[in-house]
Design a protein around this ligand. Structure first.
Ligand SMILES: [Zn+2]
Length: 267
């Protein structure tokens, strides 16, 4: 049983314990074109497991991100007015609290159509968006938000920091951490891109809500990890980052009824 699953996505230990198996399921949120209707649906195993070593709840299968979030990924963040207001408020709070101005840099992974970076951009604060989904990223570019069409991780962070001299005062990652197959590479990327006094603001669904509200329908292939504070703390500490503020943020009107944690990690 213990050798059945791959190592933990966070700590690498191999004693993951099964919570629930959904068998093989089709990939959720994968809108197909008219032509694709005639093709067989892609399916993959969906097993939810718990790591007793670092307490991370996770699924064992990693579907290729190019399939999940590739060129046809249809999600535009700007279509949800309640989410737009939430992230505008969050950005304005950050600007005030950190005293951000034209000498600072805000970097966002999974910046989508620039829905949050535009708040900083409007105030003359330099921004750098990063998103692998071409349609939303192009929309951001058209709106004047510098956006790289790429996956954020250790490699890209190193390139930005060493080759382009970009160092972030603020790093944003909204609802992306749970989607990242190379979890440690992503967090190491945050460490690399952040200035020594920088701050990363991460929003992700909270595993306790999943349990309390029986949100089993939020378990699907896009969501690789289901974070508790304990699991996040161990993950960030491994990369020399620490949680210095945690907020529980109710986001109304989004697809999931989950509250979300706003997690800050300072180098
Ligand atoms: Zn673990």
């Amino acid at each position: 049983m213990k050798t059945k699953y791959p190592p933990c996505r966070s700590c690498g230990k191999k004693d993951l314990q099964l919570i629930i198996s959904f068998g093989r399921t089709a990939l959720a949120d994968r809108l197909v074109t008219h032509e694709q209707l005639l093709l067989p649906e892609i399916t993959a195993p969906l097993d939810l497991v718990f790591c007793p070593s670092c307490s991370l709840v996770q699924i064992t299968e990693s579907v290729d991100p190019e399939i999940l979030f590739g060129p046809e990924y249809p999600y535009f963040s700007s279509v949800s007015p309640s989410l737009l207001k939430h992230f505008r408020d969050s950005a304005e709070h950050l600007i005030e609290k950190r005293g951000l101005n034209s000498t600072h840099l805000v970097v966002e992974a999974a910046s989508n159509d620039g829905y949050m970076l535009k708040v900083f951009h409007e105030r003359g604060i330099p921004v750098q968006g990063i998103d692998p989904a071409q349609a939303p990223a192009r929309k951001a570019q058209e709106n004047g938000i510098p956006t790289l069409i790429d996956f954020f991780g250790k490699e890209l962070a190193t390139k930005l920091r060493t080759e382009e001299g970009k160092a972030a005062d603020v790093f944003l990652g909204n609802n992306v951490l749970a989607h990242v197959p190379d979890l440690n590479g992503f967090v190491e990327g945050i460490r690399i891109i952040l200035k020594a006094d920088g701050v990363a603001v991460i929003e992700c669904p909270y595993v306790v809500d999943l349990v309390d509200h029986c949100e089993f329908d939020t378990i699907y292939h896009q969501h690789l990890c289901y974070f508790s504070v304990t699991a996040l703390d161990k993950l960030f500490r491994r990369h020399g980052l620490f949680l210095n503020e945690i907020k529980r943020v109710p986001v109304h009107g989004c697809a999931s009824s989950s509250n979300r944690w706003n997690v800050w990690a300072g180098a």
